[in-house]
Design a binder for this molecule. Sequence first.
Ligand code: NAD
Length: 504
Amino acid sequence: MDSIVRNYLEQFGVREETRRFLEQPQRMLIGGAFVAGGEGEGLDVIEPSTEGVITQIPLATTGDLDRAVAAARAQFDGGAWRRLKPLERERLLHRLADLVEAHADELAEIESIDVGKSVANARDVDIQGTIDTYRYFAGWASKLHGRTVEPSLPGHYLAYTRKEPVGVVGIIVPWNFPLQTLAWKLAAALAVGCTAVIKPAELTSLSTLRFAQLVQEAGIPDGVVNVVTGRGDVIGAAMARHPGIDKVTFTGSTAVGRDVGSAAVDGVKRVTLELGGKSPVLVLDDADVEAAARAVANGMFFNSGQVCDAGSRLYVQRGVHERFLAALIDYTRTLKIAPGLDRDCFISPLVSAQQKARVTSWIETGRREGAELVYGGRNVEGSGYFVQPTIFAHCRPDMRIVKEEIFGPVLVSAPFDDLNEAVALANDTPYGLAAAIYSRDLNRVHALVPKLRAGSVYVNAHSTIDPAMPFGGFKASGFGKDLGSEQLDSLMETKAVWITLNDA
Ligand code: NAD
């Protein structure tokens, strides 16, 4: 660990167990064993506010992946896991949730140090969401069932359906909410009786490696959950093609999701894709302007805008446009820019130098395209991958900053006149992950909701997420759902059983 990172941890009084974990050699989990695996030196993990090296993670080889898949396969094809009763799976999932809860502050610190994100938000959102998701799906383990059907065929039959776990699930996740996104996929997979091979994002694997230790401590049988850390274009791509994996569930960019989807379909694997977004926010002229301004800023700048369903395209009805923008700018000015371990920080550094360069270049593109920069856009002095929250006004629909996902703290906006125009602007995108409406008039809200082509519609708030509610996009934002009872079917096969009976 670089001394600059060590000083940073000391400055903010990071707990002893966090420090101990970060100082340990990092190990992957394959078949119940913690192994160095990989080839060569491993990959440096950078802390985003100091730009110092925290540690290294193994770069898995495809041989490591094969071993992980074989372990998951062996458990699925007749290991102890398949013999467990539903209530036993339920108990193990609760035990895992208990362990995450017992280590919540440590996990929040690891997430903050690795991703750069606010430690307070990591505790309240990422880790709490993780705990809640394991608890929610624990309860489903004992509530899965098929149905009996009365056929009209001549003769007598007992015809019924059985729900069976799909098999070995390959889980590929991005870097913005590492542990929580993993929970969204793993909890349901384990609840229905699948086994798993996990590939965290190479930038942010640390919380998953710590979580892997908790999986073992919970007593989940060896090989049910495996973690391989490695490059997306090597290990992720190999997972999408691997004949030993029955289903791939992927969260990440639309570009990579397309490749993962084609490889999965090519191998006739099941696949769920949770992809990018450019989610519209509609502020109607009857909205509570001050409250909406706060919610819009939070919905855009939370996690420094590195949120798939961030409300990143803002449309404000002309009557309140100027007043709303003024309130939005006033509130955005109060958001503290600071390192993630500062408990008061709201705008933390972006995850990497590359991400900072990408977002900064989008701000330049906005300027060049003639959008009106009304807030931010300046460099933040000193070390760290910080980018000021930035707001562009009077953007035209054909601008690239309006069309493409930026995945950083950059909000584009424009006024609209009537609701038909608002719907047309909102839907003018290949994406369809989420949309938000701010209004006090329920009639107008209800008229808008069915017209918005988005997987989630938030009214007078943004990114209200709960494990009981499905999450997933329309259009190029992917297909299939995570969370909610809707997710369960995507992890199970339905078997139709016909028993021919003789006349009694
Ligand atoms: P990414 O697509 O670059 O990477 C996502 C994961 O895929 C990582 O683990 C990466 O290692 C792996 N990967 C990279 N190349 C691969 C390949 N060729 N084959 C298989 N796997 C590969 O995305 P990112 O930059 O980590 O995350 C940001 C993107 O994720 C944004 O577009 C964002 O909108 C999206 N996202 C979507 C959701 C959602 O639920 N819809 C949630 C979070 C993030």
